[in-house]
Design a protein around this ligand. Sequence first.
Ligand code: PSV
Ligand code: MN
Ligand code: MN
Length: 431
Amino acid sequence: MTHLISDDFVGQQNARSLAQLQADYDALAGVLQRRGRDIETLTAQAAGFAVALPSWGVGTGGTRFARFPGIGEPRNVFEKIDDCATINQLTRATPGVSLHFPWDRTTDPRALKEIANKHGLYFDSVNSNTFQNAAGQALSYKYGSLTAQDPAVRAQAVAHNIDCVELGNTLGSKGLTVWIGDGANFPGQHNLRGALERYLESMRAIYTALPSDWLMYIEHKLFEPAFYATTIADWGTSFACATELGPKAKCLVDLGHHAPNTNIEMIVARLTQFGKLGGFHFNDSKYGDDDLDSGSINPFQLFLIFNELRDGAVREGENFKPAYMLDQSHNVTDPIESLMSSAVEVQRAYIQAALIDAEALNHHQKNNDALMAAQTLKQAFRTDVSPILAMARVRAGGAADPVACYRASGYRDHKREERPPVAGASGSGIV
Ligand code: PSV
Ligand code: MN
Ligand code: MN
């Protein structure tokens, strides 16, 4: 029997701080009322928010130099589902799980789906992996996968992606996220145009295998592991490829995959305008692909991204549904605590953006009043919406304070007993 936190325990923990929460909530309701905003509308919006969990995020990630395994890490996809269920139980904001193959391969996908559904979870986009060699794989990806010179290597990478689609289909997923590490480390190593031509040829073969109600998400990344010329390095290349491939191909923006100071909110605006914003991998970074928890370095940027998403929703209407996923995996925190914190931070940015006085903002923009336009954004950003988020969680059966409740539950200590380390097993798949 695996240990899970009981709903009764969550209720008992909440009871200790409920009066305080209600007082904070009522005070905030008053502040918002003076601005003409109804707190209940915002709480309902918070309750409807969801961001998917990366299955690889519940294990301790690594850097390029080392991995320091955490205590009681999940050793297989079923144990990862337990951790994801716990995160969703406490936050009520993470009902989707994004799997990564072959790390999460199981011989019984139907059982996996059943167990996940029992926990109230569903499977979001599945991720392929051609940036590593899988155990027993016939041909190496050392010199690329979808762009490799050798047509047999490309065929193998295409077949793996199609396999992911088939597995994902059995699990109820509706999307395939493709991130490749392909590129060149030295000038001259690649014919730059030739590599992208091969990429498109491979992606066309995968695209053809997509079920009609699926989307393909193209994830760009500036560099690493290719340090001179990554084939899908930027949103321009991603956009061009998604356009070439067709309507089922969209662009995925991982916040950590840009040069420092890149105006990511503008990328979001551009992709939205041209109908190619597929979704996000939310995380944060100072330098590059740091995979830090959302909002830990630059919460204002996250807010500005949600401002563009708010604008996109108004302009595009109901069909505007970018996929929200987290992507983080690092070495220094309990991954469950980090994922819960990230989910709450993304939800916070969403609600802060919902608080923007759009009418005032439009007015200041029309009048070229840059200072007041900026102040209008700042007013929303500075509002502490924590009581709204906590109330939405408590009403849905989640925890008023997810990290405190998790720590009090002793979940990780139970896992230390249940999941003794297994040689060769790695929570994140990164070794
Ligand atoms: C590699 O940079 C990466 O972090 C990408 O962001 C992918 O989404 C993730 O790994 C999982 O493949
Ligand atoms: Mn990513
Ligand atoms: Mn990354």
